[in-house]
Ligand binder design. Sequence first.
Ligand code: TNX
Length: 767
Amino acid sequence: MQFKKICLLLFLSISCFGCKQEEKQPFEIQVIPIPKHIQKSNGYFILNSKTIVEFPEEFEVAGKFLEDLLSKLSINTNSGTSNRIVFILNSEMTNEEAYHLEIKKKLITISAKTRQAAFYGVQTIRQLLPASFELDKAPLDKVKIPCLNIEDEPKFSYRGMHLDVSRHMYSIEFIKKYIDAMAMLKMNKFHWHLTDDQGWRIEIKKYPKLNEISSFREETLVGHYNDQPHQFDGKIYGGFYTQDQIKDLIAYAKERMITVIPEIEMPGHSQAVIAAYPELGCTGESVEVATKWGVFEEIYCVTEETFEFLENVLDEVMKLFPSKYIHIGGDEAPKIRWKNSQVCQALIKAKGLANEQELQSYFIKRIETYLNSKGREIIGWDEILEGGLAPNATVMSWRGTKGAIEAAKSKHDVVMTPTSHCYFDYYQSENEDEPLAIGGFLPLDKVYHFNPVPDKLTKEESKYILGAQGNLWTEYMPSENQVEYMAFPRMLALSEVVWSGTESRDYIDFVKRLEYFHERLDNLNINYANHLYDLNGKMISEDTTQYFKLETLTDGKEIRYTLNGTSPKLNSTLYKDSIPVLETMTISAAVFDNEKQIGKTYIQPIKLHKAIGAKISIDKNPHKAYLGSGAEGLINGIRGNDNRYGDKEWLGFWGDDIEILIEFKEEIEMNSIKTRFYNGNGQWIYAPRFIDLDFVSAHGVKLRDKIELETNEGKIVNMDYQFNKPENSSVKVKKITLSIPNYGKILEGKQGAGNKAWTFIDEIIVN
Ligand code: TNX
């Protein structure tokens, strides 16, 4: 494989000093996240078994980390000269996390003010070393590091990764591996989502039933939530982390400069607790630990008993976790139980609150007061803004950026985790054979191009944006392997977002470094997704001609394709600028490097029909997270994926009634129009109940019809309209209007009840 060859070459260029060609081939700096300033100078520092490492006591962690790395060199050699790597404590540096790395021929210095900063300097050195240093033994006895000067500091102070261990649970060993990877990427906050409806995962000594009952569910949903009818595996699932395991993990993370922030969900996502302690719910009735995904109505009732319980739980949590922040959840708490509870209604009256939203705010403020009194601060999901924000709360903005803007404008700190750029449980590729995921579409480049600071903020307000975090919700990640697949390489892209900032970001350069980084991930035994050799395709319509464009991310490779349904081979047509589309066809293409196919085969059926090349407009903009390929994408001959509304073909609208106008250049003769709607009710997506169709001929003759749709038909609802016409005559049409009313409010008892439904529409086929 060519990739291996590249690595071998690089490896040789690092290890084979004395080679003359090397001077011609400048050493490329492959560090992720890319440092702020790099200045390369001449010559190399030769690392060898005689290299001495010196560090002050404050930098013991960083110093030892480096010594451990160096001890991987083969020691059965006496070659090399003694040179030094020296850590310097420089209290004058302004940024606490900044380091200065200077590599000269005989001396490397790492200057830093804090232990974190020194550690980050070492992570940079680590990535300047060959990837074989990630193995137990680096089979080398000398390594040359290029002389250079790096001045580096992070853009954001909060650089986080989250992991949900409620929906699925992972070993402490695995979480340590996850933390190791975060540390390598200079991330510093691990948000540990410990409790949810499907399982309570932290040992609480005062309430043993939390671990006996709340930590286990009877069985688990099989397949996707949108697959009906729901099926279950019939196996008990669960467990929890003991306080000793948690202490050990926190200490482990601390050595890697990572703060562990625990999340204890309230008032919602607490069905597992109510399963063990029904008296904490409003009905007092017993419920089960949830066995499927979603949002549940069983939430804590607002009683003194609940507060006493939560304060006791939080006392144990605070004893374990030294973190300044305690995450209290706050998201997705349906208010139906509170509406029907006399106790809650009486409290609303007594406290002069306007409604249940304000009651939620009262709830969160009480918990905040308690935690503040113990010297801690709360973080909550952006729903904590509803009904009034607690005075000192930090907001984790997940439903877009609205919450972030509101919070920053009222001088509250914010951590950005919008679904659009930070939900690593979404699909990362359009390949049909991707492992099952929750939905959505978040490819690597989209993560990479994230700017955590919403543009609606002034410079002053932007200071409240502490940083960003990647979220790993694990409904569809039953194994550790699967978590890694979803986390990597998106975590690498995010590390550059939060560390390097927008100024020094270049995606093509990142991709090159990532390609090189694969070997490091291989050596670390991380199951990353590799979509670098995928193809991206796009249909282009110009007047009456259509053609298809293909592109791949990495340089210096060939694309070969066939149009007859056979797999692309070495002797298949070489792709140049585009593929003319003259008829209905299937493009099968792949990336080739050095005479071998690398990456997967890309298969794209294209179905020509009469609307292709017409003019199309929609009276509303699709939601910015689901823009597909714009309005034109609805008549480009390409259908969306049957399972994934988040791809480049489906268009998503949130709550809007929409009107789509298709205008033909010349009047056409047609006899049918078809389209389809996504109907993923678990994700609040509903097909419309009916559609109005208007046809107008060039002479102004009008035809109008209404089509009722069966909205509980399944995951996809088809609209298939044929003219009722005498044999052999067809209808002449110049303009078609499709009026598509939104489904309306989601019904009680369904996911997202009371919210506006989404409408997702795919290709409109005219024949
Ligand atoms: C929403 S993000 C949730 C989680 C789900 C996630 C799936 C948030 C605060 N709540 O409970 O796991 O969507 O993407």
